[in-house]
Design a protein around this ligand. Structure first.
Ligand code: SF4
Ligand code: ZN
Length: 741
């Protein structure tokens, strides 16, 4: 153990504790000791205190106790002649540093100095933790890098970050070097930073690095199911992180001084102390600066501190160090490629050219063909390439993928086609939204400058379809159309095919089949949730119809979709079957004994969190309102979509509320136990437009052809009284129906 690190860590922890003491004194003075203290959206109080002290901090006075504990952990600063053979003192100092940082950061929320802080995101709520943390646990994100400091130049910062994104490594950022932070360097280069792009800037001061560790602590409590509160759980949580969360700290600060060529050490004592805190979690520290190394592995699985690594080698060294398994998608295109780019947007100012949206014709279609007519890997462009397109313009685009395989069936077409969105989105600088004939695609100026051309869409699809579907696809070829007339022509053809596919499922009834399908894909984070997908009720995410599940089962027999024999029908109106009950009992780990597919009130289906829409009761009129994800306004029950979503996720039955896919709204089985579509009283205008084409014929079938116009939107009513007025005025039939309570 290096005494230099130990003394720096202890000195740093002392400084942080002093700063925390000052912040706390100020807060006590201005807010008083009874003032509440909490991070937003978490059930784990101040997670660092909960982890290390078993303390549930609720008010400012509690922080006095936390601070006292931190002080106890501060050992004496070792003198030069002192040799420390173990990490103990530095590790304790690291814990003290984290406690101090948690005090400082949480007080920012109490004092109101955190809100609206430019690019900085601050504390991560449990809702995001649930969505993102699971990716770390199940391996979709192989690990995270907590970067403190800055790269020598903004260009090098971008280079480094792209390398991490390409490997799907989550990047958390805090602190600065000489007043510059890596997040600011990225912002100056127009890089989008948020949870969707795997780039999360916590705060400019080093104290914000504590958010990476309180995130890690909560991951163990949430996913590892470890109940915090005593010494043994502290150890369990730290071990969980060491074993399962492949994280490392990247301490940047190298700076060549132009005048004398000397390398200045920009790691402050406070950064050392924070790094020592991270070592407690088993997270090693890697740096581009010449700091003392701690090589023998003890607490960490590997070395604790590795220094002096050149920036261009730092990622590969970190991966080795933390034993991270990386699956890089090798796609032959001139821009970086990886899941980290999936959620990235391309803004209008940064756009070279766009396709579809509301501007031009655009579609994508995947078709099965005979092997003889497919030349594997062939990519054809019919029309102009991107270099012939005017900057900022909108052009038509048709992507036609043709596949062949001995085991391929026509039913698989839509399953593969739906993946095109994900495959294309993963290219850096390419934006893709929607599917079928509602796609919207943009190529950024930067991607264009790097040499991205239209044929690269084809390269991506050929490569990804071969890796993902090798069991059913032998050959792939892609034809891309940018020619106006040709695209319009093919779009008409494509629309016919889409509608044939829809009719195929549209014509099927639940009575027609013996097997329904289960979907347990979402169990990775909602472990007690299971979707039962029937021909007339698709999965609540809207992505899985009965046919999709069937195809997906045939592609992967051990995948998340299995056929379930429905068995004896116990209640045809509510939609209850003997075997389905037994199946959900087992798959929900005993949480669900009875399940009704067509009821909103009685033992309804559970929700995982990724529902396309939420349907719920409006008590004032015993009607049902439906709200979709894209609607950001207020609904007549006084809750927006996000608030509602928070109430019904997590795999529990919530009578009165169900998560549903959009297609279910026009299904003959739509809450038929409660009277079906006749109960619909409210929908956002856009959703109503979207489902109109299917809902109107259904209403006609029910002899309610005038009902569509009696369904209110946000333009008619945003509160229950107004809604009731509207319904009365229109003579909505729900007013004549039996009340639900
Ligand atoms: Fe499967 Fe969709 Fe249901 Fe999740 S929500 S379990 S992906 S059908
Ligand atoms: Zn889900």
């Amino acid at each position: 153990m290096s005494k230099i690190i130990a003394s720096a860590a202890i000195r740093g922890a002392r400084t942080l504790v002093e700063k925390a003491e000052i912040s706390l004194a100020q807060a006590l003075e201005s807010k008083g000791k009874e003032a509440e203290i909490a991070y937003p959206n978490t059930a784990y109080y101040l997670p660092i205190m909960l982890l290390f002290l078993g303390q549930r901090v609720k008010k400012i006075a509690d922080l006095t106790e936390s601070l006292a504990e931190a002080k106890k952990l501060l050992g004496p600063v070792p003198q030069d002649e002192l040799w420390l053979p173990y990490l103990g003192d530095a590790l304790n100092a690291g814990v003290a540093a984290l406690i101090a940082e948690e005090i400082i950061e949480s007080l920012k929320y109490c004092m109101g100095s955190q809100a609206g802080d430019g690019i900085w995101l601050g504390f991560t709520g449990d809702n995001i933790l649930r969505m993102q943390g699971i990716k770390l646990v199940d391996g979709r994100m192989p690990g995270f890098a907590a970067i403190v400091g800055a790269a020598p130049t903004a260009e090098e910062a971008v280079e480094l970050i792209h390398g991490l994104q390409e490997r799907n490594i989550l990047v958390l950022m805090a602190g600065n070097s000489r007043g510059v932070s890596i997040a600011e360097q990225l912002a100056s280069q127009g890089i989008e930073m948020n949870w969707d792009t795997f780039l999360v800037p916590f705060g400019k001061e080093i104290t914000a690095a504590v958010h990476a560790l309180n995130f890690a602590a909560r991951s163990a409590m949430t996913f590892g199911g470890i109940e915090p509160g005593d010494i043994s759980s502290t150890r369990q949580i730290l071990t969980y992180n060491k074993d399962r969360v492949h994280a490392f700290v990247m301490a940047l600060g190298s700076d060549q001084d132009a005048d004398n060529g000397s390398q200045e050490n920009l790691l402050t004592d406070e950064k050392y102390a924070t790094a020592a805190g991270a070592i407690n979690f088993g997270f090693p520290v890697i740096s581009d600066i010449n700091i003392p190394e701690i090589l023998p592995s003890g607490i960490c699985t590997y070395e604790h501190v590795v220094a002096n690594v050149p920036l261009d080698k730092i990622i590969s060294r970190a991966i080795e160090l933390r034993n991270i398994t990386i699956r890089i998608e090798k796609v032959p295109i001139p821009v970086p490629y990886g899941a980290g780019f999936e959620g990235e947007r391309v803004r209008k100012e940064n756009m070279h050219v766009q396709f579809g949206g509301k501007y031009t014709d655009a579609f994508e279609l995947l078709r099965m063909k005979k092997a003889e007519v497919i030349e594997d890997g062939k990519i054809e462009l019919i029309g102009a390439d991107a270099d012939k397109m005017e900057e900022g313009s909108a052009c038509p685009l048709g992507i036609v993928v043709e596949v062949a395989g001995r085991k391929f069936q026509e039913d698989f077409e839509s399953v593969l086609e739906r993946r095109i969105h994900e495959f294309i989105s993963c290219a850096n600088g390419i934006f893709h939204m929607g599917q079928r004939s509602i796609i919207w695609v943009r190529i950024s100026k930067d991607a264009y400058k790097r040499g991205f051309r239209i044929k690269h869409f084809g390269e991506i699809l050929v490569a990804r379809i071969h890796t993902e579907f090798s069991s059913i696809v032998d050959r792939v070829q892609v034809k891309i159309y940018t020619d106006n007339q040709k695209t319009a022509e093919l779009l008409r053809e494509a629309k016919k095919i889409y509608s044939i596919r829809d009719d195929k499922i549209g014509g099927m009834t639940d009575e027609d089949v013996e097997d329904y399908y289960s979907c347990t894909l979402c169990q990775s984070y909602a472990p007690n949730h299971v979707c039962i997908v029937t021909p007339q009720r698709l999965g609540l995410c809207g992505a899985y119809t009965w046919l999709d599940c069937k195809a997906s089962h045939e592609i992967d027999k051990h995948g998340p979709n299995e056929p379930v024999k429905k068995g004896l029908c116990l209640d045809p109106v509510k939609g209850q079957w003997e075997n389905i009950n037994k199946f959900v009992d087992v798959k929900s780990n005993g949480n669900l004994k009875i399940f009704n597919a067509y009821s909103i009130m009685e033992d309804p289906m559970t929700s995982c969190g990724c529902f396309e829409c939420i349907a719920c009761i409006v008590p004032e009129c015993s009607g049902i309102m439906i709200v979709d994800r894209d609607f950001t306004g207020m609904t007549p029950i006084g809750m927006g979509f996000t608030t509602l979503a928070g109430q019904i996720g997590g795999g529990i039955q919530t009578p009165g509320f169900i998560g549903i896919g959009k297609l279910y709204i026009s299904s003959p089985k739509f809450v038929s136990a409660e009277g079906g579509q006749k109960r619909i009283v409210w929908m956002p205008k856009n959703l109503k437009l979207e489902v109109e084409e299917r809902l109107k014929p259904r209403l006609e079938q029910m002899g309610l052809s005038d009902l569509f116009d009696k369904i209110a939107t946000e333009e008619d009513a945003e509160e229950p009284d107004k809604l009731l007025d509207f319904l009365q005025q229109k003579g909505h039939p729900v007013l004549q129906m039996e009340p639900l309570f």
